[in-house]
Design a protein around this ligand. Structure first.
Ligand code: DAH
Length: 346
């Protein structure tokens, strides 16, 4: 009987060696360790053996059982490892496949434009200052020389925030321009001042290819002794040269803004027709890109800076137009449509 057990063990391990999948292994288990297996029936019949044989046969049979069980476990583990690699198991994981690449995020074209402008002005000594999007009427209008009944309020359709219950008077709004930050800076900082003020601005306007109710601006402000219009021109000329290229012609013309005197507008030679005149520039050959001027003395005085000692220039740039001009984008809404096919191009 002991020899029978030893032969059984040898055969079982030989067969186990050649087993290649889980199905074969299960058949092997049933055959050698199952309820109807030879081993099980030997174990069951131990009681019927003569007492002298009972002990050694029992011990050997149990040892064979333990060996076969551990052989089974080892084989199961080995098969699982093979399946994992080759993907032949029920759970198909092919670790030889290349990983799925995670899509890279990227910066929005408007943020890229802002960063580029920060760099240009930072190299000229300007710092960044920010202000709140929800603004007091005072900083957005009043402090900038635009009193309550001033007609220029009509040019900036304003989103007002809840009127004060009692008086019905609106005095909070979504800022219509980042020049509101200029009013705050004049009040808060002491000269010499050189700052740029980026941020979102809001207008109560219908949306079309050139208008959206929220867009970005950067205002700028320099306050010091002896600042002149030549400083303004030099600074903005340098900006245009660095942003649009050395050869791009720049033109300054008079314009009106209530918080500057004199006020100017700066235009660049049209990027589409190079000054010849086309649909984009309305046949003028020029495209206006910003407003600027010498800060009105009263605006400085109201913020606590003595205009007899200090003078100042200011400017304001709309941001979306810059990449539109540079890349020939004809619809401002594309920037905020979240269409990745558009955004991935930058
Ligand atoms: N705030 C003006 C606007 O939104 C632009 C502007 C013009 C800003 C002249 C300035 C400036 O600082 O000096 O249309």
């Amino acid at each position: 009987m002991i020899r029978q057990l030893d032969e059984l063990k040898t055969r079982a391990f030989q067969e186990l060696d050649s087993i290649k999948d889980g199905k074969e292994l299960e058949a092997w288990r049933v055959h050698y360790l199952g309820k109807k297996s030879t081993l099980t029936s030997i174990l069951r019949s131990l009681a019927t053996l003569p007492v002298a044989e009972r002990k050694p046969v029992g011990a050997r049979a149990n040892q064979v059982k333990v060996d076969l069980e551990s052989g089974l476990k080892e084989k199961q583990a080995a098969l699982r490892a093979v399946q994992f690699v080759s993907g032949t198991g029920r759970e198909i994981v092919d670790i030889s496949l290349p990983g799925r690449p995670l899509p890279n995020g990227r910066r929005h074209p408007i943020i890229q434009t802002l960063d580029e402008i920060y760099d240009i002005f930072a190299s000229m000594g300007f710092q960044i200052q920010e202000g709140p999007d929800v603004e007091w009427d005072y900083y957005n209008f009043e402090a900038l020389n635009i009193p309550a009944e001033h007609p220029s309020r009509d040019t900036m359709s304003t989103c007002w925030v809840e009127p004060k219950a009692a008086s019905g008077e609106y005095n909070m709004l979504l800022r219509t321009h980042t020049t509101a930050v200029t009013a705050r800076v004049i009040e808060k900082m002491a000269p010499p001042i050189r700052v740029i003020e980026p941020g979102r601005v809001y207008r109560y306007e219908a949306t079309d290819a050139t208008h959206i109710p929220m867009f970005y601006q950067i205002d700028g402000l320099a306050v010091d002794r002896g600042i002149t219009l030549a400083d303004l021109k030099g600074t903005l000329y340098e900006f245009a040269r660095r942003f649009f290229g050395e050869e791009r012609k720049v033109r300054f013309r008079c314009d009106f803004f209530p918080f500057v005197e004199p006020g100017v507008e700066m235009a660049i030679e049209c990027l589409t027709c190079n000054g010849k005149g086309c649909r984009l520039c309305g046949n003028s050959g020029w495209i206006e890109i910003l407003g600027a001027g010498m800060t009105y003395p009263e605006v400085l005085r109201r913020g606590g800076i003595d205009p007899d000692v200090y003078s100042s220039f200011a400017f304001g740039i709309g941001i979306e137009r810059l990449p539109m001009l540079r890349y020939g984008i004809d619809d401002i809404r594309l920037f905020y449509g979240n269409d990745l096919r558009f955004l991935r191009q930058f």
